[in-house]
Design a protein around this ligand. Structure first.
Ligand SMILES: Cc1ncc(COP(=O)(O)O)c(C=O)c1O
Length: 406
């Protein structure tokens, strides 16, 4: 492929010797459960996120589950979460026995719509999970104000946003808990599954720590019913090799995003997403992702909106689907995050048959709410740090050709 969506091998090849020596260090230590490598990574992530406690866990999914367990979320409780997200956000809520309540998203930031969230608060609502989608932090002042008003716990799903900032504050450091993923496609990409849970509260930090190992403290004396959510030292050691390079990876992603935005805007029919979403009905055919006020975006994805939702109604194929296929023909990787919203997922429809989907944004522009339309329009193009200028130009030229011919 001329321009893959992600090129993990190039990043790792540059670090081969350091990675091999980190692996050997763990191998020689014989310590394969928790221990100093995990603790060092926890310290490094705590510093990066400006938090008191970081707890290494087995995945970004388990970080969310552990946070919910530490907050005693369970049957009878409702948890607000955006419907336009990766499954883990909502799946973890359901696994605790609580009910995920799906909230629409803002069409400009792709993040949780707080007006819709406020509409959905009930006496059973216990928590809200803002997801910092694609590398940009949700409106956390708004989230915290809503949470304070209704006494809600806040779990920031920062799986895609390690190091992103909101009004100078790092993602994950604002709510009661923050969660991160080191899935290989994330900005700090591991060598398998791995994740991190962060918080500032000593009591919650201690409880999450205990829950990570079956809820036991001391060993074999179980205070809580926990699980095995431990991060492996081999993952921690390998990830630590990447930590010193993380700032540079982010800078490269930001430069790539600026380059795309600057050059794609030169094309007719391409516009930056308007601050008030006023150009969502065209005449532009492609809208570029907008950086919100006081945000530091880390660009886990560079996600464009390809307008023309009518296409799906008439031919079953959206303009976005056609662009994806067009790019694939030219050897350019692109991906749809996410084609099916949570309120449309079979497992949730079966489990919560009485939960009708509603959104305060159901108007003539968004007859079914914003999220479903984004699911039909969004396309993420290659943004990884090692992209060359030629590769970016190839992507831009292909999009230009699609607009000129399609
Ligand atoms: C928004 C979001 N939440 C949660 C997760 C779960 O992380 P993991 O794959 O490490 O379990 C991911 C990533 O896959 C994600 O993108």
């Amino acid at each position: 492929m001329a321009v893959p969506l992600l090129d993990i091998k190039t990043q790792n090849a540059a670090l081969r010797e350091e990675l091999e020596s980190a692996f050997r260090r763990v191998l020689d230590s014989g310590r394969f459960i928790l221990g100093p490598e995990v603790e060092e990574l926890e310290n490094e992530i705590a510093v990066m996120c400006g938090v008191k406690h970081a707890i290494g866990v087995s995945s970004g999914t388990d970080a969310i589950l552990l946070a919910l367990m530490a907050l005693d979320i369970g049957p009878g409780d409702e948890v607000l979460c955006p419907t336009f997200t990766f499954f883990a956000t909502a799946g973890c809520v359901a696994r605790t026995g609580a009910t995920p309540v799906f909230v629409d998203v803002d069409p400009v930031s792709f993040n949780i719509d707080l007006e819709d969230a406020a509409e959905k608060v009930t006496e059973h609502t216990k928590a809200i999970i803002p997801v910092h989608l694609f590398g940009q932090v949700a409106d956390m002042d708004g989230v915290m104000a809503l949470a304070e008003k209704h006494g809600l716990q806040v779990i920031e799903d920062g799986a895609q946003s390690l190091g992103a900032r909101y009004r100078g504050r790092p993602a994950g450091s604002i709510g009661h808990f923050g969660t991160f993923s080191f899935f290989p496609s994330k900005n700090l990409g591991g060598f398998g599954d791995a994740g991190m849970l962060v918080c500032n509260d000593d009591r919650l930090g201690e409880k999450a720590h205990i829950l990570r190992t079956h809820g036991s403290k001391p060993k074999y004396y179980h205070k809580y019913i926990g699980g095995n959510f431990r991060l492996d030292p081999v993952q921690a050691a390998l990830l630590r090799v990447k930590v010193p390079h993380y700032g540079k990876y982010t800078e490269n992603r930001q430069e790539n995003a600026d380059y795309y935005s600057e050059n794609l805007l030169e094309l007719p029919q391409v516009e930056m997403t308007a601050e008030d979403d006023s150009n969502a009905q065209g005449p532009a055919r492609i809208l570029l992702p907008r950086i919100g006020p006081d945000r530091m975006h880390i660009w886990n994805q560079y996600t464009i909106r390809v307008l023309d939702v009518d296409g799906a109604a008439t031919s079953g194929e959206t303009a976005r689907d056609r662009l994806k296929a067009f790019l694939a023909d030219k050897g350019i990787g692109a991906e749809i995050y996410y084609p099916v919203c949570m309120h449309q997922q079979e497992c949730f429809k079966t489990r919560y048959p009485d939960n009708a989907w509603t959104s305060i944004r159901m108007d003539s522009r968004y007859p079914n709410g914003v999220a479903d339309r984004l699911a039909a329009e969004c396309l993420s193009i290659p943004i990884y740090p090692e992209l060359t200028r030629e590769q970016k130009d190839e992507v831009i030229a292909a999009i230009a050709e699609f607009l000129a011919t399609g």
